[in-house]
Ligand binder design. Structure first.
Ligand code: UDP
Ligand code: UDP
Length: 471
């Protein structure tokens, strides 16, 4: 563990610890970092800076960061210009993983930034862990790693290097994470089945580096993932683990939604006009588009369900390139037929607001972890349809805790099967009418609220983390 040889910077700033946050790429990583920044700055009087890696990847990312700095002027912005990076050797890789790599290779540039900021602690994204911890150590700055997905996925990350060692020469199978539970082979992120995948290499290096961190932050709460949180804390998953702070669900941060609302035909006004719990909100997150055939079947299924729906459609991978029109994706005739009882948009919506709206009764979600945590805050039941990466692991947590249901046979990216409109329609109708599920999801909401309320498990974890940054 890094220890400070000199007086801590908090001594020089009247006791407020100077915390520098370093997110990586993707809204799924940026959003929770923004929430952590606000929790530390507004809730715990820390002096917070957020490193903005330039150029940003997508318009959604740059708008989000700007919204954060505009709404919370106390949060400082520190610009990090990426070092020149030749992406051509990774032409086949996922653009987000390539971006992680570009930021990882710029890690040495972080030293002067941290020294100038007189940081008392660095909180870096998991995707950067193995390259950033040595930089912070060199400067004697304590380094914390923020894992923006589930504690269960975190346990898989921590155990994976050991698993690979014992499984040498074999392909990846079910992974029985010590103290947690068996994660079936079918739930292991696609990339991890290939040892040469860029993501796998980063994942293994980051997993190995965790013991060197001064502490680990996770956006979950004890009651939601008791197995993983306990096993990580007790060193059951991997020995020599630093302290684990489960401090979620981090509160959504309301930026003014004006522009987003205008772009999407004002979904708030539309939602206001719908009966309570009648609307199915459909979103597969910011990262991945459904294939054309599946998109058509989903459209048919939503229509055949007879339900009202708000559907955020994504056409391509990175928002900036997302210029295909809805009409081209779904057909003019479909859009006319559902007009009135549905709102279909390609624009960014403020999901946290949507989920809190009383008209919303069901969330069809890919189970990106932020979406899951937002569903715990709102108590909206989830129909899980994971597609990629850690989303099946998250869907497993959702189903285990009764926040939602998961049809495990529904397609996963890389599988050919298309789920038919009829099957989707039947499932939507039955889940929307499921009173037991509604009660369970309300209980999850109450548990989430209790965790972050004064004296709750997450409240105490966050306070403990701040105390450590102050000493
Ligand atoms: N999000 C949003 N509006 C959109 C799409 C996404 O506000 O139109 C937010 C969502 O609320 C969540 C984040 O973007 O906070 C997406 O993160 P998640 O982990 O759910 O999925 P990812 O996009 O990383 O797959
Ligand atoms: N992740 C990780 N190690 C890394 C990079 C990412 O554990 O080196 C985590 C990441 O936070 C996410 C999961 O692994 O929980 C899958 O990452 P990916 O970027 O594919 O998904 P997303 O962030 O879009 O949910």
């Amino acid at each position: 563990m890094a220890s400070r040889a000199m007086p801590s910077s908090s001594d020089r700033t009247g006791g407020a610890p100077r915390v520098v946050l370093l997110p990586s790429a993707g809204m799924g990583h940026l959003v929770p970092f923004g929430r952590l920044a606000v929790a530390l700055s507004s809730g715990h009087a820390c002096d917070v800076s957020v490193v903005t890696v330039l150029p940003t990847v997508s318009s959604a990312e740059s708008k989000h960061l700007q919204g954060l700095f505009d709404a919370f002027p106390a949060v400082r912005r520190l610009d990090l210009h990426l070092a020149p990076f030749d992406a051509s050797e990774f032409s086949d890789a996922d653009p987000f993983y390539v971006r992680y790599e570009a930021v990882r290779r710029s890690a040495p540039l972080l030293g002067p930034l941290l020294a100038d900021a007189d940081a008392s602690a660095l909180v870096a994204d998991i995707a950067l862990a193995s390259v950033v911890i040595p930089v912070a150590k060199e400067l004697l700055i304590p380094c914390y790693i923020f894992f923006t997905a589930s504690a269960t996925m975190f346990s898989l990350l921590a155990y994976f290097p050991t698993y690979l060692h014992s499984n040498a020469g074999h392909s990846i199978g079910d992974v029985d994470v010590p103290g947690v539970y068996r994660i079936p082979m079918s739930s292991i992120p696609q990339a991890l089945h290939d040892p040469n995948n860029l993501f796998t290499q980063q994942f293994v290096a980051n997993g190995r580096s965790l013991a060197e961190a001064d502490g680990l932050l996770v956006n979950t709460f004890d009651a939601f993932e008791p197995e993983a949180v306990t096993a990580l804390r007790h060193g059951t998953v991997a020995p020599g683990f630093p302290p684990v702070f489960a401090l979620g669900p981090l509160s959504p941060v309301g930026f003014p939604a004006g522009e987003a609302a205008r772009e999407s035909g004002n979904y708030t006004t539309w939602l206001d006009a719908q009966p309570a719990r009648s609307v199915v909100y459909v979103s597969f997150g910011s990262r991945k588009a459904l294939l054309r055939d599946q998109l058509s079947e989903l459209a048919a299924g939503l229509e055949a369900s007879g339900c009202r729906f708000l559907w955020v459609v994504k056409g391509t991978v990175v928002d900036r390139d997302d210029d295909r029109e809805l009409r081209e994706l779904l057909g003019e005739v479909f859009l006319q037929r559902v007009n009135g009882r549905a709102l279909v948009t390609k624009a960014w919506v403020e999901q946290e607001e949507v989920l809190k709206h009383p008209a919303v009764g069901l969330f069809i979600s890919h189970c990106g972890w932020n979406s899951v945590t937002e569903a715990t805050v709102s108590g909206v039941p989830v129909l899980a349809w994971p597609r990629f990466a850690d989303q099946r692991v998250s869907a497993g947590v959702v189903a285990r805790r009764g926040l939602g249901v998961w049809v495990e046979r529904w397609s996963w990216e890389g599988e050919e099967r298309v789920v038919t409109g009829d099957e989707i329609a039947e499932k939507v109708k039955s889940v929307l009418a499921d009173e037991t599920l509604r009660k369970n999801s309300t209980m999850v909401r109450e548990a989430a609220a209790a965790a972050v309320a004064t004296g709750g498990t997450s409240y105490r974890s966050l306070a403990k983390f701040v105390r450590r940054c102050s000493t």
